[in-house]
Each structure stands twice: as C-alpha cells, then as structure tokens.
Design a protein. Structure first.
Length: 188
C-alpha cells in the first residue's frame, strides 16, 4: 500500500512535478467544496477555487501563465477559503478542501516567480511547502486521498522528470495525462 510522501520525500521531485502533485491533491477533494450553497458569493468562491486548481494544472503542464492573472487568482482564492471556512464552519472537510486548492495555487505561484527570475531553484522551498500543505489539507478533507497521493508520488518519482531543486520537465497532471485518473477504479 502506498503511503504519502513526507516533505523530505517531496524534495525528490522537480518543481513542475510538485505543482502537478499539489494540483492533483486539490482536484481530488474539490467535490467537498462544490455545491455547498447557492448564494452568489458561494458561486464566486467555487469559481475562484476551480480557477486556482486550473492555473496550477496549466503551469505544471508547461503552459504560459500571466503573472497578473496568477496574483488576481490568488486574491480571489484567498477570499474563497475564508468564505467557505466561515460559511461552512460545521463542515471542516470543505475548509480543508478549499485550503488544498489555495495551496496548489501557491505552489504554482512560487514556481512561476522562480521561472520569471530565471532561477526556479530559488523558490524551491516555497514550492515544496505549498505542495505539502496541499497534500496534507487534501488528506485531512478525505483520508482516501492519501493512498492516491502516494501513488502519484511514486509515479512522478519514477518518471525521470528532473531533480530537485530544478524546475524539471512539465507534467500533465490531468486525468488524461500520464498519471491517469485521480482515483483507481472502484475507489471513488
């Protein structure tokens, strides 16, 4: 049975792989904050968190991301985390899931800043920390995520995408990418 990698284990992956890992953790628990209410503020929060995960996935896959869009998304996702945590105080899982999405975006933002300065390794600790938070929050939201995250780490580790603290090769972390479905058949 795969166990989730520790923060020091995460340092065996290059930065693009770490962002893909964080985005997949957040994507797995996204249903926990979707459809929680039908107010306009709730709908805006859900769109903001979806955008956060989508931007992390896009950057991990090597797509060009506008830094201004990244900063705007970060502000909106931060507001969404606060809204979901406050409006669903009785549902910790929704708050953890929202935090996972925010952390995935933080990992992507750190990598984007490193790429912009032509020194991605300068931001490597921030990427690792954010990826660890995305993973931990996802596991706190839904413990079934731990096994799937462990399998992702194993697969990414075996792909020879580069070495920490380098950016490495881009990774398509979507269901259609090399890592495959977010959950094994029959586990979700």
């Amino acid at each position: 049975m795969a166990e989730t990698a520790t923060s020091s284990d995460l340092k065996q992956l290059p930065l693009f792989a770490l962002v893909a890992f964080a985005a997949r953790c957040a994507r797995r628990v996204q249903p926990l904050f979707l459809g929680k209410s039908n107010t306009s503020e709730s709908a805006e929060s859900l769109r903001s968190l979806e955008r956060a995960v989508r931007l992390a996935e896009a950057l991990a896959a090597g797509e060009a991301i506008d830094p201004v869009e990244m900063c705007t998304a970060e502000e909106a996702a931060g507001r969404a985390v606060v809204f979901i945590s406050e409006s669903h105080a009785d549902d910790e899982r929704a708050g953890y899931a929202a935090n996972s999405a925010f952390a995935a975006l933080n990992a992507a933002k750190a990598l984007l800043e490193g790429l912009a300065s032509k020194a991605p390794s300068d931001e490597s600790e921030r990427v690792v920390s954010a990826a660890a938070v995305a993973r931990d929050a996802a596991i706190a939201a839904d413990e079934q995520t731990e096994r799937a995250a462990g399998l992702d780490w194993e697969m990414l580790h075996r792909m020879f995408l580069g070495k920490y603290p380098a950016a490495g090769e881009p990774v398509d972390g979507s269901d259609q990418g090399m890592l495959g479905p977010l959950f094994a058949a029959g586990t979700r």
